[in-house]
Design a protein around this ligand. Structure first.
Ligand SMILES: Cc1ncc(COP(=O)(O)O)c(C=O)c1O
Length: 403
């Protein structure tokens, strides 16, 4: 994306130790553009109230919530705002969902998770083991991709749900959700996708995928800390979620507990508007898709450059699949012979390069790949605001740090 895109992010020009910061930490949360900051501040300055009141600020609050649902529905390609629920974050929503699903299951029913997923899409489902639900996991292969033969073998007529990541936050692997959908249809299991790492990098289309549930988090795509749940029309209404007698009993509200973060939701709508403003098309959804395609092409071109440069360094290895747009998000998991990931991240921080080290809660993947004892990996995540210069600085930085 061009300079005018970057200029919208105030933090990109902040100074630290006499220089600017290079943000490679997007997979842990992206920077926020000025319009999103303004939307949050505008809400507090003008419309701060609870919802469903007879007075102006409450009515404006209702508009904020409705607007956020509508914008996110367009972002995900959903059937409409009634399919979009909000929560504190993805993990909390997934726990609420697993508790609701649990009430429909019988001991001996099965849920399938994967070794590649973030714990946010494993823990809530693993908890069902206490109730006699059989929870199996799809194996992760050494090349960083899931074993689809294993997935097929573990899906059976007792499987009620497959909880699958769309893209790995550990090393960027994009999973074959079409194949997973075809396999789950065969046995009549629901498909739940964790799109937290996918959503910032690719256009999403929940109706084309035909998924039953999809979760993502706005703070990964230039918005504030809000979790998002898409549920296929009609599905949430059938789920006995934890809910107060006084709360709305139907989708999308039935899984939302208590008062939402209204100001943050003003920011969520603004984040999707911001993305859409960089695309072109006949309607809002087409603008979102066009902008996400532009973001994807921009990021993947930079990721390829970084991948090629890092691969050429002696003693450096990139974990995971090749940098092919259909196989990988623009997220590189780096392992070096000379430095533990934490030491490399600290040295990079000394050069104003912000990169996470560790397992990033995808602890099972790190464990299976034998990377846990050595501190995981150093993760370099490209975002829409990343630039050619950032890639050069990172390459130069890693080279210098490795000595
Ligand atoms: C792939 C993936 N899933 C789930 C989560 C958890 O999201 P949240 O922080 O919204 O609970 C993360 C957070 O990093 C993630 O990257």
């Amino acid at each position: 994306m061009n300079d005018s895109f970057r200029q919208q992010f105030p933090s990109l020009s902040r100074q630290h130790n006499g220089g600017r910061l290079v943000f490679m930490d997007g997979p842990g949360g992206t920077q926020v553009p000025q319009p999103v900051i303004d939307a949050i501040s505008h809400y507090y300055k003008n419309s701060n109230a609870n919802s469903h009141g007879a007075f102006v600020t409450a009515q404006e609050t209702d508009e904020v919530l409705d607007g956020a649902r509508a914008a996110v529905a367009h972002f995900l390609g959903a059937e409409g705002p009634h399919t979009i629920s909000f929560g504190q974050n993805m993990t909390t929503l997934n726990y609420s969902l697993s508790r609701a699903v649990e009430r429909l299951l019988q001991p001996g029913d099965e849920v399938l998770i994967t070794q590649l997923d973030h714990e946010g899409n494993r823990g809530p489902w693993l908890a069902l083991r206490e109730l006699g639900i059989v929870v199996r996991e799809v194996q992760l292969k050494k090349d960083g991709q899931l074993d689809y033969e294993d997935m097929a073998a573990k899906l059976n007529e007792r499987t009620r749900l497959l909880a699958l990541g769309y893209a790995s936050n550990f090393m960027g692997t994009v999973n074959n959700v079409q194949r997973a959908r075809a396999l789950t249809y065969k046995v009549g299991a629901w498909l739940l996708l964790d799109a937290v790492h996918f959503a910032p990098h690719f256009p999403l289309d929940v109706q084309a995928i035909g998924c039953d549930f999809l979760l993502c988090s706005a703070y990964k795509f230039y918005g504030p800390h809000v979790g998002i749940l898409y549920s296929r029309p009609g599905l949430l209404d059938r789920l006995p979620a934890d809910r107060l007698r006084t709360a709305a009993q139907e989708a999308p509200y039935s899984i939302e507990t208590g008062t939402l973060n209204h100001a943050a939701l003003a920011g969520v709508k603004s984040a999707v508007d911001f993305i859409a403003s960089f695309g072109s098309g006949a309607d809002y959804r087409s603008c979102v898709v066009d902008a996400m395609n532009q973001i994807h092409h921009h990021e993947i071109a930079l990721a390829k450059k970084l991948y090629t440069g890092l691969s050429a360094l002696d003693g450096a290895r990139i974990i995971g699949p090749p940098i092919d747009a259909s196989l990988r998000a623009p997220t590189l998991a780096l392992h070096t012979q000379s430095l533990r990931p934490e030491a490399l991240a600290r040295k990079l921080a000394g050069r104003n390069i912000l990169a996470w080290d560790g397992h990033f809660y995808a602890i099972r993947a790190a464990e299976v790949l034998g990377l846990l004892e050595t501190g995981g990996v150093t993760r370099l995540g490209l975002s829409a605001y990343s630039s050619e210069e950032d890639v050069e600085l990172v390459l130069e930085g890693v080279r210098a740090c490795m000595g």
